[in-house]
Design a protein around this ligand. Structure first.
Ligand SMILES: C[S@@+](CC[C@H](N)C(=O)[O-])C[C@H]1O[C@@H](n2cnc3c(N)ncnc32)[C@H](O)[C@@H]1O
Length: 236
């Protein structure tokens, strides 16, 4: 949950990002390929879609329709602009809504960096299973601990599983794991730098202090400890 006072910083941080996650172009292209529909009439659904870039690329690459659900209504403007650029404005719907209220399943479901919508990893997987049509695919992008976190890191991110336990949770929720990978340190470094750049651009002392704190927390704390997993799951 983001502190209300910090919301403008988080909005500034994400404004210039292509993806609000440690995701480079090569992996994005690989994931789009791995998430190709297995049959006709597939529909995509991204819950907590942010600016919707991944959803738009999936719909564009595979010629399918889709829905993005996002609490921040302001993201809708970018989704609509990008959809128009890609020539798929009539095929992608943006819904400014709380994703916990969404109840229409889809064959291709995306949830990246947004398990907190349901209160954590296990709850998210439980909610996402009935939203993934039988035989459909879920892209679950989720944080995990690569190594034992320090007390300070655990205070920031709370309890998280390791990668093996994360995959086991997905299986326990009724998915099969088709592909499991993690963001590289390079993807993390780029993400953190680009994220801070949006805050630096605000130029105020308060913004700089916030960016400095985040840099120290990363470089002196969670760099290499906090991982980000990319799970392509099939609804068993
Ligand atoms: C870390 S961002 C990830 C955004 C996007 N999935 C991406 O990878 O670029 C998490 C997103 O979840 C959204 N979110 C948080 N709670 C939500 C809710 N209850 N309903 C819909 N969206 C929510 C946030 O506004 C934010 O855009």
């Amino acid at each position: 949950m983001v502190d209300q006072d910090l919301r403008p910083f988080f909005a500034a941080a994400s404004a210039g990002l292509t993806f609000n996650a440690p995701l480079g172009e090569a992996r994005a292209a690989d994931l789009v390929r791995r998430l190709a529909p297995d049959g006709p009439h597939w529909r995509a659904l991204d819950l907590g879609c942010g600016n919707g870039e991944l959803l738009l690329r999936l719909c564009h690459a595979h010629g399918i329709d889709g829905d993005g659900v996002e609490r921040e209504a302001a993201d809708g403007e970018r989704v609509r602009r990008r959809a128009a650029e890609l020539g798929i404005a009539d095929r992608v719907g943006f819904h400014a809504a709380d994703a916990t209220t969404w109840d229409r399943p889809a064959e291709l479901v995306v949830n990246v960096g947004a398990s907190h919508i349901w209160g954590g990893t296990e709850q998210a997987l439980a909610a996402l299973r009935p939203l993934t049509a039988p035989g459909g695919k879920l892209l679950f992008g989720e944080g995990f601990y690569r190594t034992e976190p320090t007390a300070q890191v655990r205070e920031i991110f709370g309890d998280m599983t390791d990668l093996a336990s994360l995959a086991r949770l997905a299986v326990a929720a009724g998915f099969r794991t088709t592909h499991v990978a993690e963001s590289t340190l390079g993807e993390w470094d780029d993400f953190e730098s680009d994220w801070r750049a949006g805050i630096e651009a605000l130029g105020t002392p308060h913004a700089r202090a916030f960016a400095d704190r985040r840099r120290d927390e990363y470089l002196g704390g969670y760099r290499g400890t906090l991982g980000f997993a990319w799970l392509v799951l099939t609804a068993a």
